[in-house]
Design a protein around this ligand. Structure first.
Ligand code: ZN
Length: 54
């Protein structure tokens, strides 16, 4: 189970970033946090595709 880097609360398994919504918004601001999350999810989905082809 993933944990938030900042507050150690549990994060849902589907999350691409190890920071909860509360901390992410506090640290980066809502707009920046959304951008970071979407970048991470994009990178992860590419990684998953590469792993699937091995
Ligand atoms: Zn947190």
């Amino acid at each position: 189970m993933a944990k938030c880097t900042y507050c150690r609360c549990q994060i849902s398994d589907g999350s691409a970033i190890e920071v909860c919504d509360n901390c992410g918004t506090r640290v980066w601001g809502p707009k920046m946090f959304r951008a970071i999350k979407s970048n991470m999810e994009e990178a992860r989905s590419r990684g998953d595709l590469e792993q699937g082809s091995v």
